[in-house]
Write a protein that binds this ligand. Structure first.
Ligand SMILES: [Zn+2]
Length: 401
């Protein structure tokens, strides 16, 4: 069993509440982390660090859990740069461009799709993302959704069936038939490769009745629930997600007081290692508002109400073509009135909660050894120095990348 000591850490963000300062980050100063067999084996003062086979000198820098990006659409072909340019020239975002990517994705080979996922997965890892959820949703046929998830599963254990992304053009006149296809043969083909089911519950996509029917079918096959909710306007998505015990409702840009109350009241018993409860997380995706020039979600309102907030990229070729969690942290701090500590927590532990995981987004004995060493003395620099590549080194499953 080989061991690795990350030593001489100036600021260690553990996300273990009560174990340090700067709640909820659980910050330790002058710390070290011992890694064995891909897991964190020990965390403590650098002066007490045990011997190890190998050593990485953090040279006084900040060390954080790897980012957990709980919302990304990586299986696609083509890009929509022209659509972005048109939006920046004043055209509104409606979500309709998804069908452009559907056409390109259906026409692509497995090898082309796999190469895109591999490239984006590597791009995210370089920027500190050690867990990334990957959705289908640009195939929208039984065969194309199944192959999208098969390819996604080669790169992540967190795969999500999003057959209900939009109603494809060939079903435009008969959306009920498309819902039957999604709930029947498409779900049956997708479920073996998916952990989650998701629906784009939005005007122009799927209404509450359709969304509820689709999510219930997925739940019956053992898939966990996530919802694209309340992005483009007020709607039923958030409360539907809460009703169904969703792990996360994502976007949450247009919320009523009742939506916020519903999220704040979610409490489900769980067997979490931290002894805590689990909730329906509000996952905010500020890259989408940035790239569609839309008003940002009100993170402050959610946090003040006691809602658990996560940050994710929504990486996709239409509305948010970024894989950068540090960029999302900077946006959340500057544009959504989150403190740097809240944003860093939301991008690590928050993302883990949104995936109902307690072995990532945290640095404690037994957790996965996913951590990042910054080219900076503090987590504050992630928002303070926007756009600067501050991730010096990534350990993924204990392996330096
Ligand atoms: Zn999305």
């Amino acid at each position: 069993m080989s061991s690795l000591l990350v030593d001489n850490i100036g600021e260690l963000v553990t996300n273990v509440a009560g174990s340090g300062v700067g709640a909820p980050l659980g910050i330790r100063r002058r710390a070290a982390v011992l890694v064995e067999d891909g897991e964190v084996a020990w965390v403590g003062p650098a002066a007490d660090a045990p011997a190890a086979d190998r050593r990485i000198d953090a040279a006084g820098a900040a060390v954080l859990p790897g980012f957990v990006d709980s919302h990304a659409h990586l299986v696609f072909a083509g890009d929509r740069a022209a659509e972005f340019a048109a939006r920046m020239a004043g055209e509104p975002y409606t979500g309709g461009g998804i069908r452009t990517t559907v056409g390109a994705t259906r026409a692509a080979s497995d090898g082309e799709l796999r190469a895109t996922v591999r490239r984006l997965r590597a791009e995210a890892l370089r920027q500190g993302t050690t867990t990334i959820e990957i959705k289908s949703g640009y195939g929208l046929t039984v065969a194309d959704e199944a192959r999208s998830l098969r390819i996604a599963a080669e790169f992540s254990a967190e795969t999500t069936f999003l057959g209900a992304h939009v109603v494809p053009a060939e079903y435009a006149a008969r959306p009920d038939d498309y819902v039957s296809l999604v709930c029947g043969p498409m779900l049956a083909a997708a479920a073996p490769h998916a952990r989650w089911i998701d629906v784009f519950c939005e005007r122009g996509a799927f209404d509450a009745d359709h969304a509820r029917a689709i999510l219930a079918c997925g739940q019956a096959l053992g898939l966990g629930v996530r919802v694209h909710a309340n992005q483009l306007g007020p709607g039923p998505g958030v409360q539907l997600g809460v009703d169904l015990g969703a792990a996360s409702v994502d976007h949450c840009t247009h919320l009523t007081d009742a939506d916020v109350d519903a999220l704040a009241s979610t409490r489900f018993d769980c067997m979490c290692a931290d002894g805590g409860h689990t909730t329906t997380v509000a996952t905010l995706l500020p890259g989408a508002e940035f790239s569609t020039r839309s008003p940002y979600p009100d993170a402050r309102r959610l946090l003040d109400a006691g809602v658990t907030v996560a940050l994710a990229t929504d990486c996709n070729p239409g509305s948010s073509y970024t894989s950068s969690m540090p960029f999302c942290i900077a946006l959340a701090v500057r544009e959504m009135r989150m403190t740097p500590a809240e944003a860093v927590w939301a991008a690590t532990a928050g993302g883990a909660r949104a995936l109902r995981r307690d072995d990532i987004g945290v640095l404690r004995p037994g957790a996965r050894a996913d951590l990042i060493i910054l080219d900076a003395p503090s987590h504050l620099h992630l928002a303070y120095r926007p756009g600067v590549p501050l991730v010096r080194q990534v350990l993924h499953n204990g392996v330096p990348r």
